[in-house]
Design a protein around this ligand. Structure first.
Ligand SMILES: NC(=O)c1ccc[n+]([C@@H]2O[C@H](COP(=O)([O-])OP(=O)(O)OC[C@H]3O[C@@H](n4cnc5c(N)ncnc54)[C@H](OP(=O)(O)O)[C@@H]3O)[C@@H](O)[C@H]2O)c1
Length: 347
């Protein structure tokens, strides 16, 4: 299927490297004409965009193993879209697909740049959430790296976020006693009532370290860290002998704020407690992602695992939504619904 007129897309490009929390002028909104399709290509219109903390790392100065976000190019990330034109034998118009072409309302892509959104009978948005990269991160990070079991006390930071909500419930399903750490009392109530964790503690409490210690009378066997900074300092003060420290993320440091006070002396901590510390990236488990998705979906269908999503409406809201990750506006996975701001008008 072809077209006679140019199809337009809006896109949000990185205009300059942010210093601190990204500002509006670090980004630019552009409208571009998409090229005509060549053989083996598809045009995809975006339905939902992912906004993720790792994007901040790539904006610069890059600290992770992934490629730096190039200036002048659309911010890269996961997208759920619908095929609207196809010159591919693999895809037909109307197919719903997953891509990673980022903050754009539409794109022309090679047929191999998208895959089927496999949702195991759950809503489409789960393909970017609990069954997407953040769900797979929480699953393998807890199951394979943290390896909790009955008798263990597990603490998860950012426990009400996309990764944390999965990681904390995986630990609970594996038989551990799980304490979530989150930024509001409402999130803590969700963690105990809906995610059925043993307890949850708001890290904004002035007595946070004492309140956490009170919930961990046997100390902490596994710490799944999404955050770093002062939250981690309090948790690390409570670790048990032979504790396992899982480093998943350090969001408190992504905007470059200096840590408050002294950093925890990790080597001494590991030495004194015979503890171990292991980082991991979800990409290390790329060839096993389907296994995680199948298990998570089964637990959801069985009522053992809850998922949450926060959906912001409108492509124009993407940058604000992204920033809100750093102020904790989201419960569960944060997504942008592109909606009718897509502007696929033809020139
Ligand atoms: N290793 C990997 O492969 C991998 C893959 C995906 C994600 N990650 C990491 O996992 C972590 C969570 O990512 P996500 O996508 O699931 O995001 P998320 O947890 O859904 O959203 C970020 C949450 O972090 C909390 N937060 C923000 N700034 C904070 C601070 N200064 N101190 C304490 N908490 C803070 C906020 O919740 P509160 O209201 O509780 O503050 C916010 O809702 C990030 O560090 C991310 O980089 C790692």
């Amino acid at each position: 299927m072809g077209r006679d007129e140019a199809m337009r897309a809006r896109r949000i490009v990185l205009a300059q490297r942010p210093v601190g929390l990204p500002r509006d002028d670090d980004f630019a909104m552009e409208t571009v004409d998409l090229p005509s399709l060549a053989d083996g290509e598809v045009a995809v219109e975006s339905l939902y965009l992912s906004v993720d903390p790792y994007m901040r790392n790539r904006m610069g100065p890059p600290t992770g193993p992934g490629p730096a976000q190039a200036l002048g190019s659309p911010v890269a990330g996961g997208v759920i879209g619908r095929v609207v034109e196809s010159r591919s034998e693999a895809w037909t118009v109307g197919d719903v697909v997953l891509g990673s072409y980022g903050w754009q309302t539409a794109a022309v892509l090679p047929e191999g740049a998208v895959r089927t959104a496999d949702t195991h009978g759950l809503p489409l948005t789960t393909a970017l959430g609990v069954l997407g990269s953040t769900g797979v991160t929480g699953y393998f990070g807890m199951r394979d790296v943290g390896r909790p079991g009955p008798g263990d006390t597990v603490v998860v930071s950012a426990a009400a976020g996309a990764v944390g909500l999965v990681a904390s419930q995986v630990a609970r399903i594996l038989g551990a006693r799980v304490i979530g750490v989150a930024g509001t009392e409402a999130k803590c109530a969700y963690l105990t009532h809906e995610a059925r964790l043993a307890a949850a503690v708001d890290y904004h409490r002035t007595d946070f370290a004492d309140a956490l210690a009170a919930q961990c009378p046997e100390r902490v066997n596994v710490y799944f860290d999404n955050v770093g900074g002062p939250v981690s300092r309090a948790v690390l003060g409570q670790i048990a002998m032979r504790a396992r420290l899982v480093v998943c993320g350090q969001i408190a440091k992504y905007n470059g704020e200096p840590p408050e006070g002294d950093e925890t002396p990790i080597p001494t901590l590991l030495l004194h407690h015979g503890a171990s510390m292991q980082g991991f990236m979800v990409m290390h488990y790329a060839d096993r992602a389907a296994e995680a998705r199948a298990q998570l979906a089964e637990w959801i269908h069985q009522g053992q695992l809850r998922y949450a999503e926060t959906v912001v409406n409108g492509f124009d809201q993407t940058v604000d939504a992204f920033r809100s990750l750093f102020t904790g506006a989201n419960l569960g996975k944060l997504l942008v619904h592109v909606g009718d701001q897509a502007d696929h008008s033809r020139a």
